[in-house]
Design a protein around this ligand. Structure first.
Ligand code: GAR
Length: 215
């Protein structure tokens, strides 16, 4: 049963912010029983910060150059995040690698959207890599964040066909709306179930289960 309490969300984003916008729209419409506490970015000019500002959501740029080390940046970032007591931290186009120490402490409540059918193509240039491999389908995954890059247990995936004549740009454009839907559905699951991970597996209400698959 859905809880009466709204899920407290924090979003980390480095770029355009279309996934953030999708979350905000689902929150506004009531589709997601959630409240967005703040958006954090490592880039001053991130579109995501503009989207937050336009909706009067707290937006915060933390400048990586102001810190001596990756760990110092991560500690500063997560000190601010922890102070907000979020239920769920969502990396939505956050392009900075977080240190293992910080990730390990947050791993049960931090998720990432990645534009590939993990475990295929962790890292960058996922659309081109799917094309280069001759794949017939492509997609996106939402997974728990663990210290290893893009390697945490997958919660759900969405798939799209690769068409003859697709290039990385057409593929990315066609995948994006599916990403938005995937991310909203995944966040919704945190209200409907007790979602976590253990021994490298997705746990839903304490039971291991395969990732949800959407088309
Ligand atoms: C999205 O396609 C997301 O899957 C990808 O960045 C884009 C952000 O778009 N994330 C990664 O590549 C993470 N490794 P947005 O800023 O419009 O939401």
């Amino acid at each position: 049963m859905a809880s009466a309490r709204r899920l407290r969300l924090v979003v980390l984003a480095s770029g355009r912010g279309s996934n953030l916008a999708a979350l905000m729209s689902a929150t506004r419409s009531g589709r997601l029983h959630a409240e967005l506490l703040a958006v954090f970015s490592d880039r001053a000019n991130a579109g995501a910060l503009e989207i937050a500002a336009a909706a009067a959501v707290a937006g915060r740029w933390i400048n990586p150059k102001a810190f001596d080390s990756r760990l110092a940046f991560d500690h500063a970032l997560f000190a601010e995040i922890d102070a907000l007591t979020p239920d769920l931290i969502i990396c939505a186009g956050f392009m900075r690698i977080l240190s293992a120490e910080v990730v390990a402490a947050q791993s049960q409540r931090m998720i990432n959207i990645h534009p590939s059918l993990l475990p295929k193509y962790p890292g960058l240039h996922t659309h081109q890599r799917a094309l280069d491999a001759g794949d017939s389908e492509h997609g996106a995954s939402v997974h728990f964040v663990i210290p290893a890059l893009d390697a945490g247990p997958v919660i759900a995936q969405t798939r799209i066909p690769i068409h003859h004549g697709d290039d990385a740009a057409t593929l990315a454009t066609r995948l994006l709306p599916a990403e938005h839907e995937l991310l909203v559905r995944c966040v919704g699951k945190f209200n409907q179930h007790r979602i976590g991970h253990g021994h490298g597996q997705l746990l839903v209400d304490g039971q291991a289960r395969p990732a949800w698959q959407y088309r």
